[in-house]
Structures are given as C-alpha cells and as structure tokens.
Design a protein around this ligand. Structure first.
Ligand code: C5J
Length: 257
C-alpha cells in the first residue's frame, strides 16, 4: 500500500487519504436490520429498503481486501443476560418484539443469535475485526478507539446502516476524536430515504462539518480499481497483504464494558 496519498472526488471537496492508515468501517450490516423478522421490522420498518446498499458495501469490502486495507465490521446488540441493555432502549418504540425476546431468527438483537449476525454477502473473514457494540455509536462502551490507535488508523471510510442512526452517531463520535471520515453515499442506507439524503448533507455541509461523502464508484476510481464488482476484487485473485484466511472463522471482538 505504499505510494502517494489517494485522492477521491467527494463532497464538499476531494478527500485525500493513505490506505495504510485508513479503515473500512462497516456498520451493523446485520440480519436484524436488513432481513424480515428482525429488530428493524419489530419497529415497523420496511427492511427491504436497505437491500440496495449491499452491492456498494460489497464492492468496497472486496477492494479493501484486495489492497490489504483494514476492515472493521460492527454489530449492534446485547449480551444474552441483557445486563448491557438500558431499560430506556428496551421499551423504546413499543416494538412488536422487544430486544431479548425470542423471534423467528433467534432472540432479537442478542449476541450469538442468527439474526444478530452479519448478512451472508458481507460475512467477515479472518483478519477482520468484528466489534460488538451495545449502543448506536461504535465508540460507546467499546474498545474501537484503542483498536484504531494501535493500528495507526486516522481515517475512516464509513458504510452501513442506518445512515441517520448508527452511521451518523459513529461519524460524530469519530469526528470529535480527530478521525477523518468519508461516508459512502450508496454504501449507507436508511428505512427513510429522506433521512438518508439529509443525513449525508449534514455531514458535508459547512465545509465538511463532520466529514466528506462520496460514491463507492468515486472511491474505487480514486484507488485506481475497476468500478464494477466481481472476480477482479476477489481476495484470492490478488496479492492481499492481509493475513485473512477465508477458511477460518474470525474471532469476534466483544467488549467487556
Ligand atoms: C438502529 C442502527 N437504526 N444500526 N440501528 O437502531 O442504525
């Protein structure tokens, strides 16, 4: 990954970063949010609205794997004994099933359950951190800050769901901690398209008050990679510098907080 800094066409102005000090952060691409019968649906949302995000995130995940860029997946959820679940969050929204209740995909938003895990299309591979978080922000009650500091990461390319909730909270937290954030316009999504659009505008407004936004194609182009998905980015077809081994399941990083 040595070379000159990468420059990406972005809003409000080009985003310059070094892939060696940048992490692809994939927020909460879990069955509980993207598939029927999970947490998102219990709150009355049409979860099919998030499906279009998947190809853009996949294209960036494949690209990151191909160049050995750090990848961090997050999952929102709670310990099976729910000791990390605020009462306020448990009852919020008057859901049809509360967090911890048994559902068709396992207990709602509980770690270790099928519904809590990341969708098959974006399944982590060895060498990629999986960060479990009890809140909306990825820094709250987790060791993400420590992981980024240890890895020398100063810049984040942020994808995932939902734009105005966990993505926005995390970007705001990251911004206050001194990280540069590039939020992927087609690699983030919301149950409310209007919130998605405004959330992106909020990030790049005022000269980039929280960061930058760009499309996945703009990022791939900036990296000098093809903008179509497919075998060209498959990790096994590249000289990735990661120690990823698809045959070994990753070890989830669970926070002790
Ligand atoms: C929500 C999230 N929307 N990952 N979580 O509750 O954005």
């Amino acid at each position: 990954m040595d070379g000159p800094p990468t420059s990406v066409d972005a809003r409000p102005y080009p985003y310059t970063f070094d892939p060696a000090t940048t992490a692809l952060l994939i927020i909460d691409m879990q069955r509980d949010f993207l598939e029927p019968e999970g947490f998102g649906e219990t709150l009355g949302n049409d979860v099919s609205l998030l499906a279009p995000v998947i190809p853009a995130v996949k294209s960036l995940l494949d690209a990151a794997r191909s160049i050995g860029m750090t990848v961090i997946h997050t999952r929102e959820g709670h310990r099976p004994d729910l000791t990390d679940l605020h009462e306020a969050k448990r009852v919020r929204g008057n859901p049809t099933l509360e967090i911890g209740d048994p559902g068709p995909k396992g207990r709602i938003l509980v770690r270790g359950e099928y519904g809590h895990d990341i969708i098959d299309e974006l399944a982590p591979i060895a060498g990629e951190a999986v960060l479990d978080k009890p809140g909306k922000g990825a820094f709250y009650a987790t060791d993400l800050g420590l992981m980024l500091a240890k890895g020398g990461i100063t810049s984040l390319i942020v994808t995932g769901v939902t734009t105005e909730v966990c993505v926005h909270t995390t970007v705001r937290e990251a911004n206050d901690r001194g990280f540069e954030c590039l939020v992927v316009e087609d690699g983030t999504g919301s149950y409310f398209p209007e919130f998605h659009a405004m959330a992106l505008k909020m990030i790049s407004a005022q000269g980039g008050i929280f960061g930058w936004t760009a499309t996945s194609a703009e990022i791939l182009s900036g990296l000098g990679l093809p903008t179509t998905t497919g075998d060209a980015f498959a990790p096994e077809a590249t000289t990735a510098t990661t120690d990823a081994d698809a045959s070994t399941p990753p070890t989830p990083i669970t926070t002790g907080a």
